[in-house]
Write a protein that binds this ligand. Structure first.
Ligand code: FJE
Ligand code: FE
Length: 293
């Protein structure tokens, strides 16, 4: 690992995700959250999902973290136990703070399947784990763009980039940027030096840091934590599409049991009791079944 604070952050690990199955018939490339990429504080999981018309993620609970669903293709529907419903399509996103509890269903719209996108799980700091659930939904056109040079377009999903900033409220300070770069471009992106970060490739090959470490589709490049403020990313002969995700590490204990993520084993037991008995945020869970699953 570099100890220099000038230049670009470097890549300390490159991991290629293999497809696996989750939910019902859903194919996922798991980045963060897979065995080699556990505990990338504050991130719990990044899945690139491909779901056809017969698959999806039927009724399930969450507590203690946020899920950010970002669509690439197709249409995805969700419905929760409080009657909150919506559909997102290409480029749209749903930033869901589960807080004390959400029970919901996430399914492709059958007529617009398969659905393809990314779902990121961000841990919540201790003081926000039991907050009221909240949704922040943004259509593609509502996401600000930075255009630092010809052939480089950066969608600012969270945080800021080259003068454009997102209005998404992040309880865990988070930067989430979607880059599209033409061939033979180089861009520098400022990332707060205290953040943990990674890059996930969607299309084309990129070259990162002073060393030009290659990053390809389905590959996660973990950024060094060396106090450096920027990351340098280049394309060569082909265009590229990738996301840069970084966040302030919480440095708190993480105890995860499936879809509950708390700070202690006792809080996990509480979550399971609350879910089963319908209390402390799970009141509406009793007897609820989605109409779309
Ligand atoms: C999960 C059951 C689930 N990756 N990517 C078990 F339903 C889920 C889950 C998801 C998920 C949902 C979407 Cl929309 C996209 C996902 C997992 O909801 F994680 C487990 N373990
Ligand atoms: Fe979910």
């Amino acid at each position: 690992m570099s100890t220099l604070s000038k230049g670009s952050r470097s890549i300390i690990k490159a991991v290629l995700s293999r497809p696996t199955m989750d939910g019902v018939g859903a194919l996922v490339y798991r980045s963060i959250g897979d065995t080699e990429l556990r505990n990338h504080d504050p991130f719990l999981l990044l899945d690139e999902f491909n779901v056809d018309k017969d698959g999806g993620f039927p009724d399930h609970p969450h507590r203690g973290f946020e899920t950010v669903t970002y669509m690439r293709e197709g249409q995805f529907q969700h419905e929760d136990f409080a009657g909150h419903k919506g559909t997102i399509g290409p480029g749209d996103l749903q930033w869901m703070t589960a807080g004390r509890g959400i029970v919901h269903t996430e399914m492709p719209v059958k007529t617009h399947a398969p659905a393809h996108g990314l779902q990121l799980w961000i841990n919540l700091p201790k003081e926000h784990k039991m907050c009221e659930p909240q949704y922040q939904e943004l259509l593609d056109g509502q996401v600000p763009r930075a255009n630092p040079q010809d052939g480089v377009v950066i969608k600012v999903i969270a945080g800021e980039s080259h003068g454009a900033s997102s209005k998404v409220y992040t309880r865990t300070p988070t930067m989430y940027l979607d880059f599209k770069m033409a061939p033979h471009k180089t861009v520098e992106q400022a990332i707060p030096s205290s953040y943990n970060g990674f890059i996930y490739g969607l299309k084309g090959t990129i070259y990162v840091g002073e060393e030009g470490v290659a990053g390809k589709p389905h590959q996660t490049l973990v950024l060094s934590e060396d106090g450096t403020e920027t990351i340098k990313i280049s394309t060569k002969g082909e265009e590229a599409h990738f996301v840069v995700i970084a966040g302030q590490p919480l440095k708190e204990p993480v105890v995860q049991r499936g879809l509950f993520v708390m700070n202690s084993q006792a809080e996990i037991v509480e979550a399971m009791v609350d879910y089963q008995s319908g209390q402390h945020g799970f009141e509406r869970a009793k007897g609820w079944h989605s109409t779309i699953a």
